[in-house]
Design a protein around this ligand. Sequence first.
Ligand code: ADP
Ligand code: MG
Length: 424
Amino acid sequence: MNFDQLGLIAPIARAVRQKGYAKPSPIQAKCIPVVLNGKDLMASAQTGTGKTAAFVLPILQLLSEGPRPSPKHIHALIVTPTRELAAQVQTNIVEYSAHLQLSNLVVFGGVNIRPQIRQLQRGVDILVATPGRLLDLQSQGAIHLDAVQILVLDEADRMLDMGFIHDIRRIQKLLPKQKQSLLFSATFSKEIRQLAKTMLQQPSEVDVAPRNSTVKTVRQRIHPVDKGRKPALLEYLIKENHWHQVLVFSRTKHGANKLVKLLLQANIRAVAIHGNKSQAARTRALADFKAGKVDVMVATDIAARGIDIAELPHVVNFDLPNVPEDYVHRIGRTGRAGAAGEAVSLVCADEIKQLRDIERVIHASLTREEIAGFEPQHVLPTSKQLAKSTQHKPGGDNVARMNRQRKNKTQRKRSARNRKPNAA
Ligand code: ADP
Ligand code: MG
């Protein structure tokens, strides 16, 4: 199977070859014919499986068959949750449409709106946008959405996590009823299916990977360690193993900043990427990281979402994510397009609840490895032990009570977090 056999026209197949793709990935092989047929689509595949080309390539083809847009009008709209992802999707569009006469533009917040308004003036074939800025431009009269033929929601699950549901609904209302809609996601939750029901008409469903399974080529393990020793352990791992290009996940923006400071003090070149940074700073951080000018990028989940870094060898979970699906996304950053990768999680006793949730979602228990000199004082219970002890009373009322307390504590923490979401 090659790209021509999927029904793609020569200029597109040529661009993809020039990009170095030998053959379509499974999600591409399944989605491209469906989109070319004009059908609505709901597609799920793990991160790094090539979803972008799965919708961009057929969209380019469909648009190239029609007329160019009128002033301020657009023909295809791709909505993404983050600025980085929007920029990345547009980069791909530029590459894939190298031999076509289609215009494209990316718009997102955090940068001057004036040039965006100017560039929209002439009309754009294919626009990539984050929800907030798109609505801004629309309400200022800079863009008309009534000629949109194709809508894509990329990373729809993250869009919902980030609370964009109302924006999505508002955008939907501005679009013509008669159009083709595509919904892409790494995982499919109940909420996503609900959204799909209201957005899609008799969609084809494509699901290439078992839901929420993790990429097989990623070697995963956890290092049990006390909370306070995590920075020292991270420094040790990086130096001892001569790691370069390490993506470290932090649950909070504050935690990311603090960790970068500590790493810099340890002479490790590090940079943080999260929502409190200006767009320019985020772009620069990513460029420096990609170019190998810094060894460690510390990111929050939202900032890191969808960022494509070719063959990222190491992902470290400095904290475990609260939402287990985020674990799948995080380690999807490594081992991309078949390259082997390594995902390491530093886990303290407090995080047993998150660990159990993750192991449940990925249907596997993660290999544990204590590092000499960093053995925890507060022992990380085995997942099995905890499961058993909550079930069996004979283990002693003390054990049951401890587990109840631990559970309550985690729940309290969780609801506190929920009240004050750490939007990056
Ligand atoms: P996803 O959106 O599923 O996370 P991306 O679209 O970002 O994945 O693609 C991940 C990486 O795989 C990118 O570097 C992309 O250039 C590469 N890629 C996409 N399709 C192919 C292909 N058919 N062959 C080889 N590499 C590909
Ligand atoms: Mg993607």
